[in-house]
Design a protein around this ligand. Structure first.
Ligand code: F6P
Length: 328
């Protein structure tokens, strides 16, 4: 017979993402609704290892749906990557009488969750929270939509300067291994060129395209570069390369950095977080485990946790073709 779940633990892990608080709120409120106790662990797996938690009631999560960051704080835990660390976390969970865990985070967090499930047969459900959107089994991760909106707002502003001064701007956006933000923000902000890790079209092509733009009468341009792009040059080296080959251009670089991670979540992220948070609790109460909840075809679905990390969430390369056409 399956064990009855009486207490659920929740934590946020990895890079913070807008919507994490909304997800915590949904988990806590769903627990209250189903008469299950809820405890929040601080600083992701670090808090699990130290047994650093707080009892969360429905009222503990008042007024956080609109807040960026995470009230539980977050960390990238090296200790949890070791068997010893995970053993300690397990003993703390047992001591705190936790029966199941909701992990809100990205691929690193889910890798830890998978190991934890395999080693201790401990029930876990993952909620995808990362601005990178690089998780298989969901079209959107928490924080991605908000990050996109922040990025296009920033690029729109940079465009004002680019066009007033006839300049070429390189704008670096986040995305260590994935170009979701660069590609979608690039198309959304009308960037002339978009460089992403998934498609290295080479530096020559970029130069040709910028020259074509100039010939067609454009006096300013924006190139959006994903931080993980594969040209072999960082954004400053890219700018230098263009300066050398197109001295007629006045070139500038802007790195958007962590402003993309923070801020109040978009309505989309709040609704997504609420749907995924409730479903995560319902699945655990239904004795389902070792899965991630995600959104596919606007339906909440579950995917094996390991598959969510190892599977490939491919970018839509058609968007590159569209981008070429609409920036002619
Ligand atoms: O994974 C989310 C992310 O924001 C990446 O896009 C970025 O490369 C990385 O985190 C930065 O991490 P940190 O804030 O730890 O420097």
């Amino acid at each position: 017979m399956q064990k009855k779940i009486k207490t659920i633990g929740v934590l946020t892990s990895g890079g913070d993402a807008a919507g994490m608080n909304a997800a915590i709120r949904a988990v806590v409120r769903a627990c209250a609704y189903y008469n299950v106790a809820c405890k929040g662990f601080y600083r992701g797996f670090e808090g699990l290892i130290e047994g650093d938690f707080v009892n969360l009631s429905a009222r503990s999560v008042n007024n956080i749906i609109q807040k960026g960051g995470t009230i539980l704080k977050t960390a990238r835990s090296d200790a949890f990557k070791t068997k010893e660390g995970r053993k300690q976390a397990y003993s703390k969970l047992i001591a705190a009488k936790i029966d199941a865990l909701v992990i809100i985070g990205g691929d690193g967090s889910f890798t830890g969750g998978t190991l934890f499930f395999k080693e201790f047969d401990f029930p876990v459900v993952g909620i995808p929270g990362t601005i990178d959107n690089d998780i298989f089994g969901t079209t959107h991760t928490l924080g991605y939509d908000t990050a996109l909106n922040t990025a296009i707002d920033a690029i729109d502003k940079i465009r004002d300067t680019a066009s007033s001064h006839n300049r070429l701007f390189f704008v670096e956006v986040m995305g260590r291994d994935a170009g979701f933000i660069a590609l979608n923000a690039g198309v959304g902000a009308g960037a002339e060129e978009i460089l992403i890790p998934e498609e290295n079209l080479g530096l020559e092509r970029m130069l040709e395209s910028l020259k074509r733009s100039k010939r067609s009468g454009k006096s300013s341009s924006i190139v959006v570069v994903s931080e993980g792009d594969k040209t072999g040059k960082n954004v400053y080296e890219l700018a230098d390369y263009v300066k050398e080959n197109m001295p007629e251009y006045d070139v500038r670089v802007t790195v958007l950095g962590h402003i993309q991670r923070g801020g109040s979540p978009s309505c989309f992220d709040r609704v997504l977080a609420s749907r995924l948070g409730v479903k995560a609790v319902e699945l655990l109460l239904d004795n389902k485990s070792n899965i991630m909840v995600g959104l596919l075809d606007n339906k909440v679905v579950s995917t094996n946790l390991e598959k969510a990390v190892k599977g490939k969430h491919s970018i839509n390369k058609e968007l590159l073709r569209i981008s070429d056409i609409i920036t002619t």
